[in-house]
Design a protein around this ligand. Structure first.
Ligand code: ISL
Length: 571
């Protein structure tokens, strides 16, 4: 049997990484916004939970046009989040608690408040800083955008500038919002600047970076128009994978350059790539030798709660990553996607995949998650499945991600008042797409009413918490051995104690009932998940180590999962 690597530098191969969205994790100073000291205050929660690392979403100075992904200074901490000294203290305290720390690198774009972009604007047509961005003349008399590209969060991907003398000027590219101009990676100065950003943080002891839109830095510099998506009537960037903007072969050079910087440190630093590419082989090349270390497996996140679809995704993932010698990863949600407990309680729970891991329908549909969000939610069902999904995720080989609040089984806050919504998508789509605020509502820590201990006192957080979270705080769940939190803690403790769960061994159990997804890890561990409506018998040779919920008559019911250990040989 192959067990987990003994090399401590290989920690990332089987790590469970907890995502912190700093605005919404914990507020130490009481201004309604989470902060670095709030993270420090709650490090014991993460250590007790049993994760291996944390990834902190951007905490840099930002006008917050895109929740912090519009960065005006890559080497500082936003004043509302704290100071560089706080960040250094967090890294040191996390390391003392046995937790590694990953930060978020956003290399595709910056903020329009970045000093270099400001100089590009203020310096007029000949400003050398314009070469750092994609400034292009408009079409026709200059008043039409250079291409028909539509930005990720709505509207044109091009914004026309006004020159310092008041005349209309060229257009600049921003694939996300106008407040996020894209860097021009054809310019070597951009690559050098990002090397310095990596070193700045690596020198402060961080263990690695999550890389935002790791597939999009390189553009087709002939700037062709995109075909119109017949479903939406626009040239939506997200829907057209590949082409002039995503997954261009030259991104490999950038990945390799970063890898060399990471490898020059002792211990070597690591990267996880964020790129919504499918199917698995397309993404797995990002983690070929000499490139990045791991990549979020968004096919897993996108996949419906469906036995055959999940089996197809798992098979395709295992095969594609084994071919490049990289570990798989598993991810159920993040700060961009609806909460898993809500998603799994809807009539459409995600996309369907075939046995080779290819998407076979697009039931999530145009408009991204919106069509799904508008479906009614059976939250009890969603939570039951979310518990089973945690057993599945944490039993699969490779790394896993836990988004803050998923360990509490939090639901998507779909009923936020319009005036509270801050995601740029909402305003830029005429309120048609709610956007991502519903999964970013500040965490409930204690107490019986908002702010649920998010901050000191009774001041309310930057997004309102629903009163229905009463009883779901960390404190409530710590006191309840049947809670979602108690389940996560037990799963992570078991995963830590069993080397087979951290090693690469994986095999399907082919004689399990047809509604069940069942697999072994090593010689003695098995995970069974029942997707069917009827309870099934469990294999007699195994004892239940952990169950997503109490079993009835020892049988595995609908939407339940178990971790099993061989109790006597010869099934
Ligand atoms: O969220 C998605 C699909 O549900 C993705 O398409 C996602 O928007 C895209 O991969 C980029 O996301 C990342 O970069 C954005 C930022 O708004 C997101 O929060 C971040 O995760 C721009 O920086």
């Amino acid at each position: 049997m192959t067990t987990a690597s003994a090399d401590p530098n290989d920690w990332w191969r089987s790590a469970v990484v907890y995502q912190i969205y700093p605005r919404s994790f914990a507020d130490h100073d009481g201004d309604g916004t989470g902060d670095v000291r709030g993270i420090i205050d709650h490090l014991p929660h993460l250590a007790t939970l049993g994760v291996d690392a944390l990834w902190v979403s951007p905490w840099y100075p930002s006008p917050m046009a895109d929740g912090g992904y519009d960065i005006s200074d890559y080497c500082a901490i936003a004043p509302e989040f704290g100071t560089l000294a706080d960040a250094e203290e967090l890294v040191a305290r996390a390391h003392e608690a046995g937790l590694r720390v990953l930060l978020d690198l956003v290399p595709n774009h910056t903020s329009d408040a970045h000093p270099l972009f400001q100089r590009a604007l203020a310096g007029g047509p000949d400003a050398p800083e314009r070469e750092l961005f994609h400034f292009r003349p408009g079409r026709g008399d200059g008043s039409e955008p250079p291409t028909n590209w539509v930005a990720m969060f709505g509207g044109s991907a091009w914004t026309r500038v006004t020159e310092p003398d008041g005349t209309p000027g060229p257009w600049y590219l921003g694939l996300f919002t106008p407040e996020q101009p894209d860097w021009n990676w054809e310019n070597p100065a951009v690559a050098e600047m990002f090397d310095d950003v990596l070193r700045f943080w690596f020198d402060r002891g961080i263990d690695g970076f999550r890389i935002d839109v790791a597939d999009s830095m390189v553009k087709d510099m002939s700037f062709p128009d995109l075909p119109i998506d017949p479903r939406t009537g626009v040239a939506t960037l997200e829907k057209i994978v590949g082409g002039p903007l995503r997954d261009r072969p030259e991104v490999e050079h950038i990945h390799r350059r970063w890898r060399a910087v990471a490898d020059s440190y002792d211990p070597p630093r690591v990267f996880v790539s964020e790129a919504w590419l499918t199917p698995a082989p397309r993404l797995a090349k990002f983690v070929a030798p000499g490139r990045l270390h791991t990549t979020f497996n968004f096919d897993h996140l996108n996949c419906a709660w469906d036995r055959d679809s999940l089996r197809g995704v798992i098979n395709a993932t295992e095969k594609a990553y084994a071919e490049v010698g990289a570990p798989s990863t598993w991810v159920l949600s993040n700060h961009d996607t609806p909460r898993v407990a809500s998603r799994y309680g809807k009539a459409v729970t995600g996309r369907m995949f075939d046995a080779d891991g290819n998407v076979t329908d697009s039931r999530v549909g145009p408009g991204g998650w919106q069509a799904m969000l508008e479906l009614p939610t059976d939250l009890a069902l969603g939570r039951r499945r979310a518990r089973a999904a945690a057993l599945l995720e944490l039993a699969l080989p490779g790394g896993a991600y836990v988004y803050q609040g998923d360990e509490l089984g939090l639901d998507e806050v779909e009923d936020l008042p319009d005036e509270a919504r801050q995601d740029p998508t909402f305003a830029r789509t005429n309120h048609e797409i709610w956007g991502r605020d519903g999964c970013r509502v500040p965490l409930p820590w204690s107490g019986t009413e908002p702010p649920f201990g998010f901050g000191p006192g009774t001041g309310q957080p930057w997004l309102p918490q629903p009163a229905r979270w009463t009883g779901q705080t960390v404190a409530d769940q710590e006191a309840d051995p049947t809670s979602h939190l108690a389940l996560y803690r037990a799963l992570l403790a078991e995963r830590r104690s069993d080397p087979a769960l951290r090693g690469p061994d994986f095999a399907w159990v082919d004689d399990a009932p047809e509604t069940v997804l069942a697999f072994t890890r090593g010689d003695a561990f098995a995970c069974w998940v029942n997707f069917g409506p009827d309870a099934v018998e469990l294999p007699a040779a195994y004892a239940v180590v952990l169950a997503s919920e109490p079993l009835t008559d020892g049988r595995l019911g609908a939407d339940q999962a178990v971790w099993l250990r061989l109790s006597r040989p010869g099934r």
